[in-house]
Design a binder for this molecule. Structure first.
Ligand code: URP
Ligand code: ZN
Ligand code: ZN
Length: 452
């Protein structure tokens, strides 16, 4: 099928131009000023609309065994929720538990994800660093895996990596040209804070925030930077939420350390005051959402490009599960929904002039692709996959979970958000996922993308 998209404001890497785009099969085959219409082409008039590369969410947790349950979106519902909102590719976290090799884990994950609506890949989260695992890292790229994850937290969940093991993994990653993503918080400080709050019977969700406050994250980031420096390895720090942490990353970058920074819309949009709300449980995630100062610092870091990527950390649960911790924050499963909001949110910010459309595409598509080596995506360019989002800046809507959501979770922290424009059409490898506001995505169309 050939599709001609005419006269859209095409968001390129560094500028926006009114251009036509011709798609043939899975690829973009021509970009130009006046591509001739033919009766065989499907025609889209994009005049007055923005044409952007498909969104890449590099931080999802579908079907994650966590907090005493599984996150409520699987690869089918989660990918559909993303597809309708401009996310054409996602990188999910596959977390090693009892598997002997990460090949074994990857095989399981490929089975679970085979009906994905959109394209995808995996980061492997390592929970140990024995010789077998380090050896297996050498052949990771043959499996299409080029990034790993280490959690400096989640001790009781058996997901935590010690500092020594983190150093070993980073040294190995450096020699194999792999990237390690780090969840950076100071676990000892968290444990100490929790112990104090439990003794004082301070157990509502506000204490989730106070036990994982600004200092906890700052110390985690400092430690991650220090260990990475010792290993002389690049790192990617996930879900940054605090001022001092992001400022430390800026300083490290200025000093020449290769460190990439991610944040998520929940940290850009809310403050720790959410933990005083009646539905506080819905915002419980780690790192916790921080104070106003941190929120503003994150925006500063978006403006000066200290932050490279905005992703979701999509990890919702069912409301009844989130309520487990209503009298004891330790029992609230950690994670928020986000995949239906990421690109709409960033484009809303572009539409309101907070950032540019080029910034939105860079943070949600171009940079994720460059950092994580995702081939043929992230940019509207001849020979790239025809992964395209068409955004109407005049089509306002208010998010209403009940009527608009494809996620299996039964609440959304984005309920009632007023979007100033709307993603109306989404194309993945030349196939419509959303066509002029009508969902037409096909189950199982997504494919595993090998990254080198
Ligand atoms: O609270 C969160 N973020 N849950 C998902 C696991 C993680 O730490 O990314
Ligand atoms: Zn994390
Ligand atoms: Zn996460």
């Amino acid at each position: 099928m050939k599709i001609l998209i005419k006269n859209g404001n095409v968001v390129l890497n560094d500028k926006i131009e009114v251009l036509d785009i011709l798609i043939d099969g899975e690829k973009i085959v021509e970009i130009g000023k006046d591509i001739k219409q033919s009766k065989d082409y499907k025609y889209i008039n994009a005049r007055g609309k923005y044409v952007l590369p498909g969104g890449i969410d590099v931080h999802t947790h579908f079907h994650m065994d966590f907090g005493g349950t599984y996150s409520s979106d699987d690869y089918v519902s989660g990918s559909l929720a993303g597809a309708i909102n401009g996310i054409t590719t996602y990188l999910d976290y596959a977390i090693m538990k009892k598997e002997k090799t990460f090949k074994e884990l990857l095989d399981k994950k490929l089975q679970l994800s085979k009906n994905s609506y959109t394209d995808y890949g995996f980061h492997i989260a390592l929970t140990r660093a024995d010789n077998d695992i380090l050896k297996e890292m050498e052949s990771a790229k043959d499996l299409g895996i080029s990034s790993f994850k280490c959690f400096m937290v989640y001790k009781k969940e058996n997901m935590m990596i010690s500092d020594d093991n983190l150093l070993k993994i980073l040294k190995k990653a450096k020699t194999c040209n792999l990237l390690v993503n780090i969840h950076a918080e100071n676990v000892d400080e968290i444990d100490k804070n929790i112990e104090t709050f439990v003794k004082e019977n301070k157990l509502n969700n506000y204490y989730h925030y106070l036990s994982r406050d600004e200092q906890v994250e700052y110390e985690g980031v400092l430690k991650a930077l220090k260990i990475a420096k010792e290993a002389d390895a690049p790192i990617y720090i996930v879900h940054n939420a605090c001022k001092d942490g992001i400022n430390a990353i800026r300083k490290a970058k200025e000093q020449g350390q290769i460190v990439y920074a991610e944040t998520c819309p929940q940290y850009l949009n809310f403050t720790s005051d959410v933990y005083k709300k009646e539905d506080s449980q819905n915002y419980v995630c780690s790192p916790a959402i921080k104070n106003k100062e941190s929120q503003l610092a994150l925006w500063d870091a978006i403006y000066d490009k200290t932050i490279d990527v905005v992703a979701t950390d999509h990890c919702p649960f069912l409301l009844k599960e989130k309520l487990w911790g209503i009298n004891d924050f330790r029992k609230t499963p950690n994670g928020c929904d986000g995949i239906e909001n990421l690109y709409p949110y960033m484009l809303d910010k572009a539409n309101r002039g907070v950032i540019s459309y080029v910034d939105a595409a860079r943070l949600v598509s171009y940079n994720p692709v460059k950092i994580f080596n995702i081939p043929f995506k992230g940019e509207i360019k001849v020979n790239n996959d025809a992964d395209i989002v068409i955004y109407n800046p005049r089509n306002k809507y208010v998010f209403n979970k009940e009527e608009m959501s494809f996620s299996k979770s039964d609440y959304s922290i984005w309920e009632g958000y007023e979007y100033s424009g709307k993603i109306e059409t989404v194309i993945l490898r030349g196939e419509f996922l959303l066509k002029n506001n009508t969902p037409v995505a096909k189950i199982g169309f997504g494919k595993f993308i090998k990254r080198g």
